[in-house]
Write a protein that binds this ligand. Structure first.
Ligand code: ADP
Ligand code: MG
Length: 319
């Protein structure tokens, strides 16, 4: 087995060149690794076909990026790899497309009776949303329908009236260049937030953590882009049996409903009534300080190379 490590143009903090270097070193401890940063789909195809020809050996592709060119969203890697019919790390293009779209994910969750905050999607500034606002009520939170890493989420994304709501909807439509997802804001005295990583395999491993807002110097208790940039995010392990089981159960159901494979992380927010799934991070960050590898170390004692190797071995076994 030889591993092809596909690197995207790196412009995301959790997918930086230093993370790719770390991954490359981890893979090289166990396998022969061929790395490439394709400039377009054709160069990826040619590279892999040549390797298949030269080695006449089984290849496995390690990819953790959505696009070859993330800035312009060109070259949807999971689909290119599906088309090559080559075993690759992570979910299928179809599942990834669902996971990347928060509204599509929520639709599936609702169909499967998994609690998720009530919501509506605004595609156009002129849309009539009066009835939707009345149905859910303020406060609301407005997010880009299809981003990750808290892109487009600021403290003023929580809105308390029509004026604030319209302002942020317009910002998402114009600046993020995509529909706005408007959601019931989960808050109140019993509010807690969790994120549950899943390492798939014959036995699934879960890494539930809680966001420790008490230890974070933020005005609003949300994971905003600013909080991530300033490295303000703090987490603690979830030790209470009942909550732990509850969030693991929700995360696992979400993982299966979306059809995710190998790894993912599910964000969950709780209030005094219930726990609600916010989203699945179907390709969660694998930077050394990202939630999933950090928690895998804290809970299972996995050092970074071991963590990457375990996920690859599981994925190869599965395929
Ligand atoms: N409906 C909601 N109610 C309360 N807080 C929310 C809600 N949606 C998002 N948030 C806050 O915003 C953060 C980022 O939202 P999320 O949907 O997870 O998007 P991202 O892809 O940016 O992580 C969450 O971790 C949470 O703190
Ligand atoms: Mg999130």
């Amino acid at each position: 087995m030889e591993i092809v490590l596909v690197k995207s143009f790196t412009d995301k903090p959790w997918r930086s060149s230093s993370t790719y270097n770390l991954i490359e070193r981890s893979l090289k401890e166990k396998w022969r690794v061929h790395s490439l940063t394709p400039k377009d789909p054709l160069s990826l195809f040619n590279y892999i076909r040549r390797l298949q020809w030269d080695h006449r050996k089984k290849l496995f592709v390690f990819n953790i990026a959505e696009y070859i060119d993330e800035k312009n969203k060109i070259g949807f890697l999971p689909q290119l790899l599906d088309e090559l019919a080559i075993p690759h790390f992570g979910s299928s293009a179809e599942s990834i497309e669902t996971g990347l779209n928060k509204a599509a994910t929520k639709e599936l969750l609702i169909k499967n009776r998994i609690p998720t905050p009530r919501y509506f999607v605004v595609k156009d500034q002129k849309a009539d949303i009066k009835a939707d606002i009345k149905r859910i009520g303020f406060p609301l939170i407005v997010k880009p329908v299809s981003e990750g890493g808290h892109i487009g989420i600021k403290e003023d994304s929580i809105v308390y009236d029509d004026v604030g709501l319209n302002k942020i909807i317009i910002r998402v439509l114009e600046k993020n260049n995509q529909p706005a997802l408007v959601e019931e804001f989960i808050t109140g005295s019993g509010m807690r937030e969790f994120s549950v990583g899943i390492i798939d395999g014959k036995t699934r491993l879960f890494t539930p953590i809680e966001i420790n807002y008490k230890a974070m110097d933020v005005k609003e208790e949300i994971l905003s882009f600013e909080a991530a940039q300033k490295d303000l995010e703090r987490t603690i392990l979830v030790t209470e049996e009942k909550i732990r089981n509850k969030v693991i159960d929700l995360a696992e159901k979400t993982f299966d409903i979306v059809g995710a494979k190998d790894y993912s992380r599910v964000d969950i927010r709780m209030n005094e009534n219930d726990c609600y799934v916010l989203e699945i991070n179907i390709m969660p960050g694998l930077g050394p300080n990202s939630f999933l590898p950090q928690a895998a170390k804290d809970i299972y004692g996995f050092e970074y190379p071991q963590f990457i190797q375990k996920m690859v071995e599981n994925s190869i076994d599965r395929q």
